[in-house]
Design a protein around this ligand. Structure first.
Ligand SMILES: Cc1cc2nc3c(=O)[nH]c(=O)nc-3n(C[C@H](O)[C@H](O)[C@H](O)COP(=O)(O)OP(=O)(O)OC[C@H]3O[C@@H](n4cnc5c(N)ncnc54)[C@H](O)[C@@H]3O)c2cc1C
Length: 528
């Protein structure tokens, strides 16, 4: 097959013109079996927005194309990865994996691929029941601390936009994308420059993955919270867990710990067990909401009206003179601001969208960096800070998980908001208009006030007076790290393999999944 890159299709033509243009660009005769390898949008020139493709195809004159056309290459589809089986000693207990977010699920997937039996322990519920629990919370404000947006099968990103971008070039990223596509995620995640799954498709992907895991040697136990570690001669040999009020001990050949960044009680348990926990930089702030149509026009110009382009997003950062940064994070085009609390009496916001990204608004985290020095390098003071922000947002919202909100124009003028303008906020169960200075620390408000006008100069309308700020976003990343040695074992606790976002080694669905795979690779190595 032939691989050809850099094929530009004007937005007004749309994808329907792709194969004719590929054939024209290289003089291919009898072009067939075409597949897209990469697709992105080039919107640098508003009057010439293009879709840019890499493609592969067969043709009658492949030899001739390879000789004549600069950049044309021979291409064969890569084979999936092969994982050697691990030869376990008789009587070796299964590996235990704590947490069923992307890190835990992919650790289990990797162990199963090498034939290592494992048990997944998850404090929350299966995704079908969890969806009902979360819907009830959004409707009524009744929070279930066991089953919510942070806890349950699929982990924190299950009710999300399911963005699958990742800043590294690790070869395991491709394994993650291919596995997700095989479990039910949309096929286009394999070639889009900015792939995303959407909450609707994520849920069925997660159940597809659970089915595969249970068919390949993994036991899954829901509503089972790990509350302690079993040790022998300083080595972790299992976990203590509680399910339905009953405590049990689960022996393990290795414990892969993937608790996510909201498992504050688990961090306490680890401190008591002697794990080395360090403070790390993280961020706090708000969600900002605009009308998608306005951001599309700012990004694509008049081309936005053609309907041939995906909804636009944005990525903005401002570095302030005092050393803090303000940046946008986890942007959800055509999405919603969602109530993401996991603790009673604390409001937490985040964002999600469906695969179609067809809601009227776009929302993104608008965050201010904080550093370990802000908390004297004490990770638990950082956790206390997060919690304090969440409870002040709860109080200002007036209870029932209503979130405080303010329009950007009012925020910049420091006057309370009383109602919406053209942007209708999407947070459920409801928002309460007011002044965000009454729940956010002064340095966060100052940083946002400096950054918003600067961001408005980068994307027209980003500081639109009617854009809505909803507080508070505190769980974008973990405030602490569980220190581990090269090879994956926790410092001071051999046999324990901390990984994923809650351990401080990942920041998103794909990087957490990759870190889970790495932890499983370390276990496979150590078990022989
Ligand atoms: C609303 C929302 C939207 C997001 N959108 C995106 C996005 O679009 N793209 C992206 O890349 N990232 C997104 N993220 C971040 C992403 O979800 C996380 O980075 C990722 O899920 C981290 O994976 P993890 O496996 O390390 O932890 P988690 O996904 O947090 O999973 C940890 C799991 O461990 C369980 N657990 C915790 N403690 C225990 C215990 N003691 N015993 C048993 N089980 C336990 C929890 O219940 C949880 O299910 C979003 C997050 C949220 C909340």
């Amino acid at each position: 097959m032939i691989r050809l890159s850099g094929i530009r299709i004007p937005a007004k033509t749309g994808e329907s013109g792709l194969w004719a243009e590929a054939a024209r660009a290289c003089g291919a005769r009898g072009l067939r079996d075409g597949r897209i390898l990469k697709k992105s949008v080039d919107a640098r020139k508003k009057d010439d927005v293009c879709l840019v493709y890499s493609v592969a195809f067969s043709a009658d004159n492949e030899e001739d194309i390879l000789r004549r056309v600069r950049g044309a290459e021979n291409w064969t589809p890569a084979l999936g990865p092969e994982f050697p089986a691990v030869d376990l000693k008789e009587g070796t207990p299964p590996a235990v994996i704590v947490g069923m977010g992307p890190a835990g699920l992919f650790a289990a997937w990797r162990l199963c691929r090498s034939g290592v039996p494992c048990i997944l322990l998850e404090r929350g519920r299966p995704v079908e029941r969890r969806t009902e629990d979360v819907r009830r919370f959004w409707k009524t404000g009744e929070l279930d601390e066991t089953s919510n947006v942070q806890f349950g099968e699929g982990g924190a990103g299950t009710f999300s936009d399911g963005k699958l971008t990742c800043g590294t070039g690790d070869r395991r990223i491709r394994w993650v994308l291919e596995a997700l596509a095989s479990f039910g995620a949309p096929e286009d995640i394999l070639y889009l420059a900015k792939p995303h799954v959407g909450t609707d498709r994520l849920k069925s992907t997660v159940t597809g993955m659970r089915r595969w895991l249970t068919e390949h040697g993994c036991q899954v136990r829901f509503e089972t919270k790990v509350t302690g570690l079993l040790t022998e001669n300083g080595r972790v040999t299992g976990v203590r867990a509680t399910c339905g009020g009953t405590e049990s001990e689960v022996p393990a050949s290795a414990v892969i710990l993937c608790p996510g960044n909201s498992a504050r009680d688990t961090f306490e348990m680890l401190r008591e067990a002697g794990a080395k926990l360090s403070a790390k930089p993280f961020s706090v702030g708000v969600r900002i909401e605009h009308r998608q149509e306005d951001v599309d026009t700012a990004q694509y110009g008049q081309t936005a009206t053609l309907g041939t382009l995906p909804h636009s997003d944005y990525k903005l950062a401002v570095h302030l003179p005092d050393g803090r940064s303000v940046y946008t994070f986890c942007v959800c085009p055509g999405g919603y601001v969602v109530a993401s609390a996991s603790e009673t009496g604390g409001v937490v916001t985040n964002g999600m969208s469906e695969y179609a990204r067809d809601n009227e608004n776009i929302c993104g985290g608008l965050l201010v960096s904080v550093t370990p020095e802000d908390f004297d390098n004490d990770p638990f003071r950082a956790v206390a800070f997060q919690r304090e922000l969440e409870s002040s947002a709860f109080r200002l919202g007036g209870g029932g998980y209503a979130a405080p909100a303010q329009k950007v124009g009012d925020f910049l003028r420091n006057i309370p908001s009383c109602g919406p303008g053209k942007v209708i906020p999407t947070y459920k169960p409801r928002i309460k208009w007011g002044k965000l200075d009454d729940c956010l620390p002064g340095f966060v408000c100052d940083a946002l006030r400096q950054a918003l006008p600067q961001m408005g100069r980068k994307i027209r309308g980003f500081d639109d007076p009617d854009a809505v700020l909803t507080a508070v976003e505190t769980r974008s990343s973990c405030p602490l790290r569980i220190e581990r040695k090269t090879g994956g074992n926790a410092v001071g606790l051999p046999g324990l393999y901390p990984c994923g976002e809650g351990a401080g080694y990942a920041g998103g669905i794909v990087s957490a999944a990759v870190d889970g795979i790495k932890a499983a690779e370390a276990v496979c190595r150590d078990l022989v």
